[in-house]
Design a protein around this ligand. Structure first.
Ligand code: MRU
Length: 357
């Protein structure tokens, strides 16, 4: 792991840990009430954990899937080229766990490309196994450094005393450390810059209430929890000077998919003249997807909408629509903050240029 101070962010629970051939995964469904680490030993365990939101957040999904490939090949007996085939098979399976976050496919592609190049280079199977574990660990440790850089860039957009609203959870729990959208809050705390964070609770799965409010509070960040329908009111009071969110996929034209409700927040920000920032690693930018209309939007089980507070809150048999993400059009995005710097419109040109930087 990269050595940095990171004292505020270090107070956040680590969501993904690799220990002695086992993936230790923090069950995020149980937070904030219980801290339970699950011991995952097969790609099937990892697939299910991703599908059921035991691990969630685009970078954390990618990291977990990379370890899922390692779990799949660690007992494999055969040549390096058979091992590469086996890694590919597990990667293809893990890629079916959730459709929207491109980091999942990015991490799996990186693992299969590594396996193929080891096979082509004539590596032995045991060596290839070691190298694939190293690759998964690298994906995780690079994410930490990436997020710190995102935080540094994002912090240049904020001034002492500002109120900043966020939606869903793009924090340490969703990544290997710091988070993307939450990274500037940890860095601000370490640097004595005072920011007041408003966290939308984020219906229906409550990532904002259960995870963002929890991790920021644990770290000592000034956080106030609001329900989603309070955001307009809080903005109208003049308490919010910026919005910052994470994303699951940025299209080539700068359209941004993120947790359902993000689009509404962007519209509200526009109506109140508040800048709307999106923070993400380069691995979330998908130049092969032309516009947001092409981003696959996951639809989840109706139970998430019809049940709340441990009981049924809607009539039996009611029709339900439950998209997990929405797309914010690039016109509403003030800037996209990556580890390589801050990008503004025109996104088509500037995102492309960022990859060549
Ligand atoms: O359904 P989730 O909880 O995986 O959705 C997560 C988000 O929408 C996050 O904002 C996004 O993945 C960025 S995490 C750094």
């Amino acid at each position: 792991m990269i050595e940095h101070g990171g004292s505020a962010a270090s107070k956040v629970l680590q969501s993904v840990r690799w220990a002695d051939g086992v993936l230790d995964l923090l069950d995020q469904r149980l937070l904030p009430e219980q801290t339970v680490y699950l011991k995952l030993t097969t790609p099937q365990d990892v697939w299910e954990a991703i599908r059921e939101l035991k691990v969630r957040g685009a970078p954390a999904i990618g990291i977990s899937a990379a370890y899922g490939v390692v779990l799949g090949i660690q007992g494999f007996e055969g040549t390096a080229s058979e091992l590469a085939e086996e890694a590919k098979r597990h990667a293809e399976y893990l890629a079916t766990s959730r459709p929207t976050a491109v980091n999942l496919f990015w991490a799996l592609d990186r693992m299969t490309a590594k396996a193929a190049s080891l096979s082509e280079a004539g590596a032995s199977a045991p060596h290839a196994k070691d190298e694939l574990l190293k690759e998964a660990r690298l994906i995780q440790s690079e994410d930490e450094e990436t997020n710190r850089l995102i935080g540094e860039h994002a912090l240049t957009l904020f001034q002492d005393g500002m109120g900043v609203l966020t939606h869903c959870n793009a924090g340490g729990l969703a990544t290997s450390k710091y988070g993307t959208a939450l990274a500037p809050f940890y860095l601000a705390l370490e640097q004595g810059i005072s920011l007041k964070v408003f966290a939308d609770e984020t219906r229906p799965v409550l990532q904002g209430a259960r995870l963002t409010a929890f991790e920021l509070q644990q770290a000592g960040v000034d956080v106030t929890l609001i329900t989603d329908n309070m955001a307009a009111h809080v903005m109208s009071k003049g308490w919010v000077q910026a919005v910052i969110v994470g994303t699951d996929r940025v299209a080539a034209n700068g359209d941004v998919a993120n947790k359902i409700g993000t689009y509404g927040v962007a519209v509200l920000a526009k109506a109140h003249g508040i800048p709307f920032y999106v923070a993400c690693p380069m691995s979330t930018i998908d130049l092969t997807t032309a516009t947001g209309a092409e981003i696959p939007i996951e639809e989840r089980h109706s139970d998430e909408v019809t049940n709340a507070f441990g009981r049924r809150t809607a009539p039996e048999g009611v029709k339900v629509y439950n998209p997990a993400f929405d797309v914010t059009p690039s016109e509403l995005v003030t800037a996209i903050i990556t580890e390589k710097g801050i990008v503004r419109a025109p996104y088509e040109t500037n995102l492309k240029a960022l990859f060549n930087k």
